[in-house]
Design a protein around this ligand. Structure first.
Ligand code: FE2
Length: 378
């Protein structure tokens, strides 16, 4: 908590009781004032625009009272209190993580050998703690199984209901994954599929996919998931220039397998935030379009990096595999975790249903549960 504060017109320097210090700019403090004229008391939304703050905003007084920081701004003559913990929680005066291609806090990358995280259908429906643990696994690891569910068609929609909403596409609210005659997509055949993310030709891509098993007596057809972030980390370590090429230039993706549909995107295979954090993977040989955004002199190196990333993804040491039983499903973070399946034979049957949903809804449900049941997070 703050112990003392000093200031000049533009910057307030707070010394906390542990002797650490943090500086805050006048404009930042004014923008983040918590008074009811700046933030709506009910929904917490900001009531002022950036233009409502005087360009010559300054601090005329900064004092610590009972651990809270009390600031007076000029020319408004406005006095605002920042609660003791709020400032420490929102300090930005520290070395910002800047490693190129770094993994965000809270994400753990993995490869073969981990136990697939799993929830039980009845438990996640009945127990908020079980549900939160299952959602937290998706947030941290990018995938989780759900076992013990019903074997009725459309049960996958109830999986999405647990945390959010189905994202409907041109494939419908959900799609059937089983062998078809004249398939509109190679997913609807018995062919094995290389590990991929779904629908890279959409912008934005569906950020979650649910695959739900209704029948699986065919030989083969095992599901395999691969952590695309771990694959990207390996590429970054083995070939930093190649990593930078895949992150630095857009690939192209396209799907026009159905009448009236022509989806196209121009996005990188490895996506970084502007400050270098790894935020997404797009990898799908079936829907890659000609790459035309890479400079001529870099194209061969780009392809070499693409091949190298593909080799890492296909390495059996990377994949976690399992065979879904009827009533079992898994959810993947489609911006991170690739999924594959082994080919399967005509004997027996394999019937899965798949749908898309969005990660923001899942993360919102998870965060809201963590606010309302903080002890259960232990
Ligand atoms: Fe897929």
């Amino acid at each position: 908590m703050p112990r003392t504060a000093t200031h000049d017109t533009n910057v307030v320097t707070v010394t906390f009781t542990d002797d650490s210090q943090a500086r805050f700019h006048a404009i930042w403090l004014r923008d983040n004032a918590l008074d009811p004229d700046t933030r709506a008391p009910g929904n917490g939304q900001r009531l002022i625009t950036i233009g409502d703050i005087p360009a010559n905003i300054s601090v005329s007084a900064a004092d610590v009272l009972n651990g809270d920081l009390v600031i007076t701004f000029q020319p408004e003559g406005k006095t605002v209190t920042f609660p003791a913990d709020w400032l420490a929680d929102h300090s930005y005066d520290s070395a910002q993580a800047a490693e190129f291609g770094r993994i965000a806090t809270g994400i753990t990358t993995w490869e073969r050998g981990i136990d697939a995280p799993s929830g039980d259908w009845n438990e996640v429906h009945a127990s908020p703690v079980a549900k939160r643990n299952w959602l937290a696994a998706v947030a941290e690891l990018g995938f989780a199984k759900l076992t013990g569910g019903p074997t009725e068609p459309e049960s996958l929609l109830k999986v999405a209901d647990l945390f959010g909403y189905v994202r409907e596409t041109n494939y419908g609210p959900y799609f059937e994954v089983r062998t078809e005659v004249n398939p509109t997509n190679l997913a609807y055949t018995g062919l094995g599929l290389q590990a991929h993310t779904d629908n890279p030709y959409r912008d934005p891509v569906p950020t979650l996919q649910i695959l739900y098993c209704l029948e699986n007596s065919a030989e083969g057809g095992d599901s395999i998931v691969v952590d695309g972030f771990r694959a990207a980390e390996k590429l970054r370590d083995q070939n930093p220039e190649g990593f930078a090429l895949l992150a630095g230039f857009p690939a192209r993706f396209e799907y026009k397998g159905s009448d009236g549909v022509c989806l196209r995107s121009r996005r990188p295979m490895i996506e970084l935030s502007p400050d270098g954090e790894l935020i997404g993977i797009r990898f799908n040989n079936r829907s890659s379009a000609p790459f035309v955004d890479i400079p001529f002199e870099k194209m061969e190196a780009y392809y070499a990096a693409y091949r190298q990333l593909g080799g890492i993804i296909d390495d059996p040491a990377m994949g976690v595999s399992f065979k879904l039983e009827p009533g079992e499903s898994f959810i993947v973070d489609n911006t991170r975790v690739l999924h594959a399946r082994l080919g399967y034979s005509g004997a027996g049957s394999r019937w899965l249903q798949g749908c898309y949903a969005d990660k923001d809804g899942l993360l919102s449900t998870l965060a809201a549960m963590e606010i309302t049941q903080p002890e259960a997070a232990e």
